[in-house]
Design a protein around this ligand. Structure first.
Ligand code: HEM
Length: 419
């Protein structure tokens, strides 16, 4: 049966339960027939029905996503960045400057930029390489296991821990666990009996507690880590308040952990499904790894969307968007746009150019951690395909979510490396 645009309901939970191929096919129909489309309010567990009254526009074409991303005066980030609405209190507690506009966004982003300067990035690269090697040392002799549990969860967690200066042990593990729970509110299994709000709110409060404790400690005893730079950093003579530090910690815990976690699982899954591309990579890893990482990012689109709110009436194609309406930017669709990519459904590590939208469509909110994410994926994939090159993981267990393109479990086998 052929699907038409009017039959596609991006607001429905059931749409996000469907396999990725079916969702991809639906977005292809939208790009062709109705590239800027209006939806009823997203089915939500976060707000009671009487408060969940706002529908949303979807941008499905690469060019439109790029346009909205680069015109923040028309497409504001204040007021929320997800298709589903959160209460304003939750947005403030958890989303920091990703949900703000300039000048405050630029100011807070500026304070944190110091942490991402080249000297600090070089230190991070050392950590990334060390942690990736340690993890593959631990898994290589096993011969089988869940790649998500053995590597995907642990690598970004350990890097984040080193970056932020989290003490090893219970606090570290609790923090990473809370960060990973945070974006799973739509998945009944991940919620484990809690309501979406309990899961989300609980994880946010745990992360804020750790942040407050760590900030206090770093003021007393500075170290060589992100929290020290944050509590000391000034921008136009201003420092971040405690509340701002806590919200930034929550944002970064989630932005840095969940995205890279799922990207690494998608990488192993994609190479298992496309052995010709794995062979191509292995013929010359140093020359092909950068292209492979970009294609994994395009292919996976670990963040499926970000949202904006129109600040004025604006027409895109023939859609008349009114001031105050929500506009969702579907990166997963932009990354399959036939007008931009030849054979968009082919996983091709030699694709060139490959200006994907996995880190956003450009503009002031472009992913702050893109360099770190690329380094992490490059280092990890190099280590995996050098040490355990025959790793196979073609069957994935996906998260049900409309924001994160997640893999919950990825059962893998490989020839054990001699201990
Ligand atoms: C594969 C991994 C990652 C993906 C796919 C990803 C994707 C994104 C996307 C799509 C945005 C929003 C862009 C926009 O609205 O225009 C974003 C923003 C952001 N990302 Fe990432 N990200 C990743 C890794 C990271 C890492 C490792 C960090 C931190 C070290 C990070 C920190 C941030 C921050 C702080 C923002 C907000 C920037 C702002 O509002 O100015 N991300 N990311």
């Amino acid at each position: 049966m052929t699907t038409t645009a009017s039959q596609i309901d991006l607001a429905a939970r059931s749409f996000w339960e469907r396999p990725q191929e079916e969702r991809d096919a639906a977005f292809a129909v939208l790009r062709r027939e109705s590239p800027v489309v209006w939806s009823r309010p997203a089915e939500s567990d976060l707000l009671p029905p009487e408060e969940n009254t706002r529908g949303f526009w979807s941008l499905t074409k690469y060019e439109d996503i790029r346009f909205a991303s680069r015109n923040p005066k028309i497409f504001s980030s204040a007021g929320g960045i997800t298709m589903e609405d959160f209460s304003p209190e939750m947005t403030e507690l958890a989303q920091s400057f990703i949900a703000m506009d300039d000048p405050r966004h630029a100011q807070l982003r500026g304070i944190t930029m110091n942490a991402f300067k080249p000297g600090n990035m070089r230190r991070l690269e050392g950590w990334v390489a060390g942690h990736a090697r340690d993890l593959i040392d631990e898994m290589a002799p096993l011969g089988q296991g869940d790649f998500v549990e053995l590597v995907s969860v642990k690598l970004p967690g350990r890097i984040f821990g080193s970056f932020f200066g989290l003490p090893e042990g219970e606090v570290h593990d609790r923090t990473i666990d809370a960060a990973q729970r945070l974006l799973s509110w739509t998945d009944p299994e991940a919620r484990g009996g809690l309501t979406a709000l309990e899961l989300f709110g609980g994880a946010v409060m745990e992360l804020r507690e750790v942040a407050a404790m760590l900030a206090e400690e770093r003021r007393r005893k500075p170290g060589e880590d992100l929290m020290t730079w944050i509590v000391q950093a000034e921008w136009d003579g201003e420092r971040m308040t405690d509340d701002e530090i806590c919200a930034f910690f929550v944002l970064l815990a989630v932005a840095a952990n969940d995205t890279t976690r799922h990207a690494s699982a998608h990488a192993i899954h994609a190479f298992s499904r496309h052995p010709d591309q794995r062979d191509l990579l292995m013929q010359d890893i140093p020359a092909r790894i950068d292209g492979a990482v970009e294609e994994v990012l395009r292919w996976a689109s670990p963040l499926l969307h970000m949202r904006r709110t129109a600040t004025q009436d604006v027409t895109i194609r023939d859609a008349e968007i009114r001031a105050g309406e929500k506009v969702v930017l579907w990166y997963c669709s932009g990354n399959r746009d036939e007008d931009v990519y030849e054979n968009p459904y082919t996983f091709d590590i030699l694709r060139d150019p490959n200006r994907h939208q996995a880190f956003g469509g450009g503009g002031p909110h472009f992913c702050l951690g893109s360099a770190l994410a690329r380094t992490m994926l490059k280092t990890l994939l190099t280590e995996v395909y050098t040490r355990i090159p025959d790793i196979q993981a073609p069957e994935a267990d996906f998260l049900v979510a409309n924001f994160i393109n997640g893999i919950k479990r990825l059962s893998a086998t490989w020839t054990p490396e001699a201990a």
